[in-house]
Write a protein that binds this ligand. Structure first.
Ligand code: PLP
Length: 388
């Protein structure tokens, strides 16, 4: 039986996994002690945090002391850029891809005010950064390169390992925002050649408001938050113990069936893409056809505006988005689609459908059927408005 509504916005957030919730609950009540406290209850909370750190470190092939808990992906991204810039630096040049999440683009912009020279890396029409572009744009005074692992709107996977190899050869710090890719496929910081990597809890069926920044040993990063000795004095503030243990549990659960679940989701994603493209004329798939997140399908429909499309889908019981959740309600076309060379008109008709653990074949087929009718009706309306 088909259960409505159908949630196809897993890139925006995911529901909390029941195992993560069960892991968190005692830390809201019985195990409430401050993990910095010296007595037994404090030590127990501290141990829970350190166990969680080991789990997260293990997932990404890092050492536990290289994992710093944060208040989510946005904080991890901000810290990567600003933390690097707060140390006295000879180097003032920063390369950032033009399709980054605003959690990277905005701090990069703020660094311009501080005298840094920030250069945007272009992408091709599928949203891929060319490693040769990175190579040719690195200067002797380049401090940092930041290229995301997978784009949150169009789902394109970046050649992160190759870009990281170039950065390493040229002695440039490399940051990657892996918020979307974490737990969808194995992510190993050594194979990816990253020095800094951001991840977040609520995209992997963990709690919201918790994430982590991986900081390779030897990278000089300034503190993000002063005022406490937590996180080795780099991120002061009483630790979010329930959030941290829930985050680690969610990562553990995801890794247990990562391969099977990614295979299942990519089959559904392909079914979705193929049936949209065969049943709706002039449906454009955005992003790379193969090198894309296993759960992401992103389209533009010629002659259709995004907002009425999303509202009509909502009325039909399908929850989707135009792209980044952070820009919901914005009338500006997506900077990602603009960087990929789409026209403003085309970009305004964007639809992102992101699959998750609960998505079924039936749900995909229902969505495509409704989408077909909605696009047809909206096109009819707009052509009658044009000729009225
Ligand atoms: N980076 C990317 C690529 C994202 O998709 C998101 C969330 O949408 C973030 C960063 C921000 O993460 P958080 O919501 O945990 O602050």
């Amino acid at each position: 039986m088909l259960n409505l509504p159908i949630y196809l916005d897993h890139a925006a957030t995911t529901p909390l996994h029941e195992a993560a919730l069960a892991e968190m609950l005692p830390y809201f009540s019985r195990e409430f002690a401050n993990p910095a406290a010296i007595y037994t209850a404090g030590a127990e909370c501290r141990e829970a945090v350190e166990r969680a750190r080991e789990v997260i470190a293990d997932q990404i092939g890092a050492r536990p002391e290289e994992v710093y808990f944060t208040g989510g992906g946005t904080e991890a991204d901000n810290w990567a850029l600003k933390g690097l810039a707060t140390k006295p630096r000879e180097r003032r040049h920063i390369l950032v891809s033009s399709i980054e999440h605003s959690a990277v683009l905005e701090p990069a912009r703020a660094l311009i005010e501080q005298g840094f020279d920030v250069e945007l890396l272009p992408v091709d029409s599928q949203g891929t950064v060319d490693p040769n572009e990175v190579d040719s744009r690195i200067q002797p005074n380049t401090l940092l390169v930041s290229v995301m692992h997978a784009n949150n709107e169009v789902g394109t996977l970046q050649p992160v390992a190759e870009i990281g190899r170039i950065c390493r050869e040229k002695d440039v710090v490399f940051h990657s925002d892996a918020v979307q890719g974490f737990c969808k496929a194995p992510l190993n910081v050594n194979e990816l050649n990253v020095d800094l990597m951001s991840i977040s809890g609520h995209k992997i069926y963990g709690p919201k408001g918790v994430g982590a920044l991986y900081v390779r040993r030897g990278v000089r990063l300034g503190a993000f938050m002063e005022g406490g000795e937590q996180e080795r004095g780099k991120r002061g503030g009483t630790l979010n113990v329930p959030g941290i243990v829930g985050f680690a549990k969610a990562a553990e659960v995801a890794s247990a069936d990562q391969f099977e679940e990614s295979e299942r989701q990519s089959r559904l994603r392909n079914r979705l893409i193929d049936s949209v493209q065969s049943s709706i004329p002039n449906a454009r798939l955005n992003g790379h056809r193969e090198a894309r997140l296993t759960n992401n399908a992103h389209f533009c429909f010629e002659g259709v505006e995004g907002e009425p499309l999303l509202l009509a889908l909502d009325m039909a019981g399908v929850y989707a988005s135009a792209g980044s959740a952070c820009h919901a309600g914005s009338t500006e076309p997506s900077h990602v689609l603009m960087a990929m060379g789409l026209s403003v008109e085309t970009a305004r008709g964007a639809l992102r459908l992101t699959i998750g653990r609960s998505t079924t074949e039936e749900a995909v087929d229902y969505t495509v059927e409704r989408l077909c009718e909605i696009v047809h009706n909206l096109r009819k309306l707009s052509s009658s408005a044009t000729f009225a």
